[in-house]
Write a protein that binds this ligand. Structure first.
Ligand code: MN
Length: 129
């Protein structure tokens, strides 16, 4: 629901600004990281309701970052949606097998993207935990 905090981990400026604007226009609070390392630190500090994770990042990639999130009791339960330009079916299978809660391909479709965010927050909201 609006007002919930979403952490966006994305190194591409254009993608990050677009997604941030779409989320903020919908009423979500957004914090941003350009690297997985910064994203992990922010996730532990700020306990977002949802994390949107790019896969290809400088340094640690999004799959390694997910493993770190899952290994830390403080961040283990936060749902994480992969947001990636990897459009091949094989890539998608690999990403879902890594344990992401969802998958959105770039460039995003705004309507489908927001729907996925809404559904994830509803499914994984405080009442469900
Ligand atoms: Mn990237």
């Amino acid at each position: 629901m609006p007002g919930e905090l979403i952490l966006l981990v994305e190194d591409n400026d254009n993608n990050r600004l677009l997604i941030r604007d779409v989320l903020q226009a919908t009423g979500y609070l957004v914090v941003e990281a350009e690297t997985a390392e910064d994203g992990l630190r922010m996730a532990a500090e700020q306990h977002p309701a949802l994390i949107l994770m790019d896969i290809q990042l400088p340094g640690m990639n999004g799959i390694a970052a997910l493993q770190q999130l899952r290994a830390d009791p403080a961040t283990r339960a936060i749902p994480v949606i992969a947001v990636t330009a990897s459009a091949m079916t094989q890539d998608r299978h690999q990403i879902m097998a890594a344990g992401f809660d969802g998958y959105q391909s770039k460039p995003i479709s705004v309507k489908g993207f927001l729907q996925a965010v809404r559904e994830m927050l509803r499914a994984e909201g405080p009442a469900a935990r």
